[in-house]
Design a protein around this ligand. Structure first.
Ligand code: ZN
Ligand code: ZN
Length: 180
């Protein structure tokens, strides 16, 4: 096999053939590449991806020229399948985390609700009172985008508030009394 050399995988140490042209390849498989780039402090802790990330904090990997989210790869490796339409959400709210024990699938709406409810550290970014102000300002003609920028959330998060999909569970009566 001219043009190829054998190389020991950085993660599992098995030998594999490496194309001299693509000689930066250090891992024998996608799985080894994924788990060779995590900071794993404990089995049940977050396994933080240390490679490239999007500005949303999610780890990404280039697989044959396609950018794929690392936590989705981890989910597939652990569970064997993933419906393309489903979102993989983090129970730990750590976008860099790829520990399959911290990942669950949800619909896009679940995912947006989840993101609208919390910021990256897991704290609620908006309060019910903010949502009331946002709804009021939208009625008076403020743009979704303006409010999204101002509150540091996505346009989808603002749209969910507008459509009463989020921040409606603790409804406040007109007199200001909480229903529950
Ligand atoms: Zn390997
Ligand atoms: Zn985690």
């Amino acid at each position: 096999m001219s043009g190829y050399i054998t190389y020991a995988c950085k993660t599992c140490s098995k030998s594999f053939f490496r194309n001299k042209e693509a000689s930066k390849q250090k891992f024998c498989s996608i799985e080894c590449r994924l788990f060779g780039n995590v900071n794993k402090t404990g089995h049940s802790q977050c396994w933080e991806w240390v490679g490239a990330t999007l500005n949303t904090g999610y780890g990404v990997m280039n697989v044959n020229g396609k950018i794929i989210l690392c936590h989705r790869i981890s989910y597939v490796l652990a569970n064997g399948f993933l419906d393309d339409k489903m979102f993989v959400c983090h129970s730990c709210d750590n976008p860099k985390c790829i520990n399959p024990a911290h990942l669950f699938t949800g619909t896009q709406l679940d995912n947006m609700r989840d993101m609208a409810r919390k910021d990256r550290s897991g704290r609620a970014k908006l309060k019910v009172s903010d949502a009331a102000v946002i709804r009021d300002r939208l009625k008076r003609g403020d743009k979704l985008k303006t409010l999204a920028v101002e509150y540091g959330v996505s346009i989808d998060a603002i749209r969910l508030i507008k459509n009463n999909k989020t921040f409606v569970d603790q409804a406040i009566t007109p007199s200001g009394l909480k229903l529950k």
